[in-house]
Design a protein around this ligand. Sequence first.
Ligand code: NAP
Ligand code: MG
Length: 486
Amino acid sequence: MPELIKKQMIIDGKQENASSGETYLSINPATEEGFAELPQGSKADAEKAISAARASFDSEKWSSLPAGKRGKILWKVADLIMQNRRELAEFETGETGKPIRETMSIDIPMAADLFRYYAGAATKVHGETIPVNGNFFHYTVREPIGVLGLIVPWNFPMLIAARKIAPALACGNSIVLKPAEISSLTAIRMAELCLEAGVPEGVFNVVSGKGSVVGQVIVDSPLVDGISFTGSTSVGQTIMQGGAGNVKRLSLELGGKSPNIVFVDADIDTAIKMAAAAIFYNKGEVCTAGSRLFVEASIHDEFAEKLSARAAKMLPGDPMDENTRLGPLVSKVQFEQVSEYVKIASEDGATVTAGGEKHDIGSGKGYFYKPTVFTNVNNDMRIAREEIFGPVLSVIKFSDVHDVIQKANDSIYGLAAGIWTRDIKKAHYVAQKINAGTVWINTYNMYDAASPYGGNKMSGFGKESGMESIHEFYTRSKTVWVDLNF
Ligand code: NAP
Ligand code: MG
């Protein structure tokens, strides 16, 4: 067994063990063996991190720096991320099972890109002068919020954390980051790199441990001014309740059950390839996964057949192998959840046309699951309504534009949607009618540091990325009136 990686939390700029001395193991999902040993943060550790963040914010040592100087430091963080790309990619692959070719080419560089985008954004955060009635000089200024709790999941540990850390720091906030218990290494490493780049001590704290302990303390603390959370809708609801205590500012990016719609006039070969990618990318552990595939009736059978054949060939393998494109599910819990939904789907009368079972890569170990396709699914079945967060696709037939708009919107979620057609008018009409935060036309799962991203309905609220996140969450505006009556 390879040696365990050991990391400490970062509190007030120092590496810290849990005050209790307790640790836990994070598991490599490809081998089911321990990958890293991390501190099991307690209530006291979370409180210490929050106090450090509060003191650093109140001292103004970060927020009072010229924005350009903060920007330069964040640019340096991006450079350090790229210099440490291999190590970060191995951490991410080891804890989550994402293929190394993806962590090297997507997760780590895109995290660096977020730091670069917000490095540049730091100097573009400003208020307005507004003409008002009477003889007044009237203006607004943008200021940081204060101490922000950033709570992130395990599906894109580095990327989702960077999407919150970079704008938070660019605007002068202090932060307490709570990574998912099973994937904390890259979060801790980013805090180390931020210190190295010149972010002052106490501004960026990371506490590892359980959501129900560390996360809950952050949510309940009166010293925390806002929470940006990505994860399940049920924990999002808990956070709304906890945050009510001191009326915290919230940004919630929650679950999804995104419709991906294929019309008869689409480029069918591309649509097949991309429909598979839309659900199976990152083993379906993607909040925007195109998990409900709507196919126009006249092409449904042929499309489903070709897609299933493609899925059957997309077998997962060892994520540390440079040639692997699909890894194991992230954990035993997710493996069991996926297996359970596959059972439910069969009992509900859906037909499995690809996968539907565990995959053995030869070692007999690991949470590998075959990409799975179900046909004969209707929109009322549990596999079409509930977020599975795994490689399980529901294929659903539709008759026309109006039928598919109704079916696509018949969901508690509203995160994203895909539309495949060569008809421009139809594409934009459907894009307008779909209740989702992001719509992709003839593409899917596209992200950019500059592109605002977030959900509707029970997929949450608040936009991330772009300048919109700065206006919506990471700064507030203050109005100033100056009497000019002489
Ligand atoms: P989760 O429970 O919502 O976890 C997300 C983060 O919140 C983790 O850091 C978690 O800590 C923390 N947390 C848990 N309970 C908390 C509480 N009471 N107060 C504050 N923080 C708390 O998600 P999960 O259990 O990892 O996954 C469950 C399901 O959520 C998935 O199957 C999927 O449906 C959905 N999900 C959605 C996304 C998304 O991007 N929208 C991402 C991941 C999961 P721990 O580390 O202790 O869990
Ligand atoms: Mg959970």
